[in-house]
Ligand binder design. Structure first.
Ligand code: C5P
Length: 218
């Protein structure tokens, strides 16, 4: 039997990655982090000193990216997590992801990874447009949101950069703006998504709410 697909979308710092990881673990399915594909494309663009608004160039670079539950690869070679997580790559990922051609290339990459995971029992797939565009037929769609100050605090704590709270808050709101205002696949909840405000919820509380929703599907 095919497994279930749960999508978790939301802005930076909303808790997506932690929630997706834990929910996947508890459901016994894999966690697919689609942001890694955008980050890998951005890293490649930075390495190759590409113009971050050159659509055809970005699309060509993105075609060298692949995705699986362990992360992203470039030309079949795994990219190290810390390389994908630098502030430069975060900012560049948000910038390149407004490009329609690049998104078109990464769409089948994400769908293929999700469909392979579904065959093997299911997946929790996290990103920005997973419920709206990548997997509109997923069984359960969750959209996490949280107050921007709280998201900045979480990101600072998570990255051990508590002293840089203002800078992190600014970077997050810049990415929010770029992600929500872009024309192609903007960040927004799917019509049939369950929206959870995680501002005053603990990780365990959010995980348990998502698991309850998943339970309701059985
Ligand atoms: O989720 P993460 O912060 O790693 O994603 C990095 C960037 O990739 C986001 O800021 C967003 O611009 C882009 N992204 C996207 N669509 C997705 C996943 C990520 O546009 N499905």
């Amino acid at each position: 039997m095919k497994g279930i697909l749960v999508t978790i979308d939301g802005p930076a710092g909303s808790g997506k990655s932690s929630v997706a990881r834990q929910v996947a673990g508890r459901l016994g399915v894999v966690n697919l982090n689609t942001g890694a594909a955008y980050r890998a494309a951005a890293l490649l663009a930075l390495r190759e000193k590409a113009d971050l608004s050159d659509g055809p160039r970005l699309a060509a670079l993105a075609s060298r990216v692949s995705l699986d539950p362990d992360g992203a690869s470039i030309d079949g070679e795994r990219v190290d997590e810390p390389d994908l997580r630098s502030p430069e790559v975060s900012a560049a990922a948000s910038k390149v992801s407004v490009n329609a051609g690049l998104r078109e290339v990464l769409l089948p990459v994400q769908r293929a990874a999700a469909s392979e995971a579904r065959e093997r029992g299911g997946a929790v797939v996290e990103g920005r447009d997973i419920g709206t565009v990548v997997l509109p037929d997923a069984e359960l769609k969750v959209f996490l949101k949280a107050d921007p100050d709280e998201r900045a605090r979480r990101r600072a704590k998570q990255t051990g950069r508590e002293g840089e709270l203002d800078r992190i808050r600014e970077a997050i709101s810049r990415r929010d703006r770029q992600d929500s205002e872009r024309e192609v696949s903007p960040l927004k909840p799917a019509d049939d998504a369950v929206v959870l405000d995680t501002t005053s919820l603990s990780l365990e509380e959010v995980v348990s709410q998502v698991l309850d929703l998943a339970d309701g599907l059985r």
